[in-house]
Design a protein. Structure first.
Lengths: 430, 430
């Protein structure tokens, strides 16, 4: 069955992931050839800095002319691990135009404009695979696109950013503040020098957009995702969570509305019960729950980042794209037929945990409770703590639309007896 | 893009899973059509007892002539949910011969003779999909066959039988004995009237054979899988495990040997540390760890049985098989190129927890320790407990070949001072 003409692979980017892809392609060449039905040949590697010595790569293959590489008509599959919007978008588009399939780990680009990429792939009869864009080697994209293709997914809820999980885990176990935990994450290589994409939730929001899109067969873009990072999470929030039997996680949540006609996608810190399996996801690990009508609740867990795990996902997709080339077949294209509306955060139904710094005098609780009632928000529990003449009110609500909860908090801020809203955090996973 | 000619589906078997497949095909017809690119049509349902009223199924479609149904040349995909070796094998083979692809949940048949089925499918250019054969809707077959196709899987370890997990979970939480826990499982519908396939480990062993085969690209059959059920697990074993900070689970373990040249597959009860994620898998849930060279350690968790979850897996495969029909493509075939040797249990390297009933006199420990040393088995811990003039020795070994451990136990039984070997259990997951 083995054909002799090798499949030619062009690699765009040769950083941590790219060099690992090259290493595996070389060390496991025989296995990959047997699984594909044809040998793989690394036909070119586009880099920004040509001078560096790259172990295991013939210098003759290295080029700074990425455009020239993807314009070659002999390339079967282009692997894009540069990241970012441009030049990645132009290079992928050019690759499709020249008949190549594309494997990418580019979450930002897919979340920004995945549909256009899918359309271009479709037009040129090429494949677009992107398992590596979400949670590295944890299979999520393929299970959602294929394994659950006969089911109805109602919810995807998970920890999809390792950096922020590491920071929150450290804050929880050591009592450290955010800055201290971030410093540790940076020192250990879990956070980048500029941690914005992780700590402000952009990375997780891009993944949420991708997951929501494939889960709900609807186009969901980064702008559709409500996003809050964890920079405002304080040691006091973590301590509050613990008193409630909860822990704090940065969650990505994609949900179908109760009437089934719209979906929401959001990323924000939330309290979840310690008994929830996501509460046991420590360090930089990722874990995602998928709730489907027939399948029930499935969980996927593993390392969500890193050169080798991301390369594993890239190689799995590379084998799939190459098998298709050998068989003259195509993998699944974009599935966005459902075209459900993406609702704003205000329509999400959730619960709030609110800490208020209040004047310690009679009638305060009544005032506060009235505000909640006026906004149609039902209170689950209230805990009052005295403190040096002041008092703290900790309120946990029942489920209500986020807009009503936000309006409630705004109204509370205006009360004379409320000196400050110390923290607001959603409660999930119950 | 939608073509109008529907894809015709023949269903073999209309029990719990089959009727759920029909229900989903009907209630989600529009979604399935959009995802496939063509509508699905239920073309026939083969049953043993024709008289029963089957909700939502046109009686004209129901037949007892399964052979006639799969011989129809207009059938695109046959869904086999009868189970067992015959007539399932003949029906699937006939379906391939008449050009249909097959989706099956039949673990017994795949473990007995999957290779022949794959060969027949290959010969006739048809697809054979079987996600539902292992752990229902938990995606395992597709991730191993496709997502990890560019990686090297070294180990698969998991709980793949819900009935036995329910029984062991009950024994652990309530202190019940095996028979009492089995009765409860039967009463709640978690165990069948004849529980042999579950409690003797046949069901888990079939799944282990399937998982080992796809993980290691090697043919592994049911006979290759070492199998021990849980009928000998006692309340005392569970209590022993707890004293060690462990719990008892029926595990399926598929491993590549250290030199990479052979594999093993086994099912047996084992102690695992309470800190291991599998220790937290309760009730009838399933969970499987997959360890791969680049991906690291991945875990998949969910309901491993039941009509709806199994139907979800069947429908996912049905969509894949139908998409391939629409696109004139084929899914992945059998991948058994590695042809690694399957080693017997004696070569598995593991640890034993052994409880010995010994005479309470000086020199016993020395005698026992000598036996271990003579067999090259290193002792990790020994705990001695006096009891009414007798004594108990609880020995936990370091890792050693199973054959050496077995020989050690045989020699211990022959010692005059050893009155009995109260329990032997392997220790895994450390």
């Amino acid at each position: 069955m083995m054909r002799t003409r090798p499949l030619k692979v062009a690699l765009l980017g040769c950083g941590v992931v790219g060099s690992e892809v090259v290493r595996i392609m070389s060390t496991h060449a025989d296995d990959l050839a047997a699984r594909i039905g044809a040998p793989l040949e690394l036909a070119g590697v586009a880099v920004r800095r040509p001078g560096r010595v790259r172990e295991g790569i013939d210098p003759a293959l290295v080029t700074t002319d990425a455009v020239g590489l993807v314009q070659r008509d002999d390339i079967d599959v282009v692997v894009e691990v540069i990241g970012g919007i441009e030049p990645a978008r132009t290079l992928i588009t050019t690759a499709f135009e020249h008949g190549a399939s594309v494997v990418t780990a580019n979450k930002a680009l897919l979340a920004e404009d995945g549909s256009t990429l899918h359309e271009t792939a479709e037009k040129h009869g090429a494949d677009l695979y992107f398992e590596a864009a979400v949670a590295a080697a944890i299979p999520l994209v393929r299970p959602l696109r294929e394994s659950l293709a006969g089911d109805k997914v109602n919810r995807v809820l998970g920890i999809v950013n390792g950096t922020t999980n590491f920071i929150l885990d450290r804050m929880t176990t050591s009592g450290a503040g955010y800055n201290e935990a971030l410093e540790e994450a940076t020192a250990l290589g879990y956070a980048e020098a500029d941690p914005t994409a992780d700590v402000e939730g952009f990375d997780a929001a891009a993944k949420a957009a991708i997951l929501a899109g494939i889960a709900f067969h609807t186009r969901v873009r980064l702008d559709d995702v409500h996003r809050e990072g964890l920079t405002d999470v304080s040691a006091a929030d973590i301590a509050s969570a613990r008193r409630m039997g909860c822990t704090v996680k940065l969650l990505a949540i994609c949900e179908r509305s109760a009437d089934g006609r719209s979906v929401t996608a959001r990323v924000h810190p939330a309290m979840i019960p310690l008994s929830h399996p996501l509460a046991s996801v420590h360090e930089a690990y990722n874990a995602v729950f998928v709730e489907a009508e027939a399948a029930g609740q499935l969980m996927f867990y593993g390392p969500g980042a890193g050169g080798a795990p991301t390369a594993s996902a890239v190689l799995g997709d590379l084998v799939a794209a190459c098998r298709n080339k050998v068989n003259g077949a195509r993998g699944p294209g974009e599935s966005a037929y459902a075209q459900l509306a993406v609702s704003p955060m205000g329509e999400v139904v959730t619960r709030y945990h609110i800490s208020l710094d209040v004047a310690d005098k009679p009638g305060v609780l009544a005032q506060v409770a009235t505000i909640f009632a006026e906004h149609g928000v039902s209170i689950d529990t209230v805990r009052q703590q005295g403190k040096d003449g002041d008092a703290w009110l900790v309120v946990v609500t029942h489920r209500a639309p986020d807009a009503a909860l936000t309006a409630t908090v705004e109204a509370l801020r205006k009360l004379d007896t409320v000196r400050g809203v110390a923290s607001i955090m959603r409660v999930e996973g119950e």
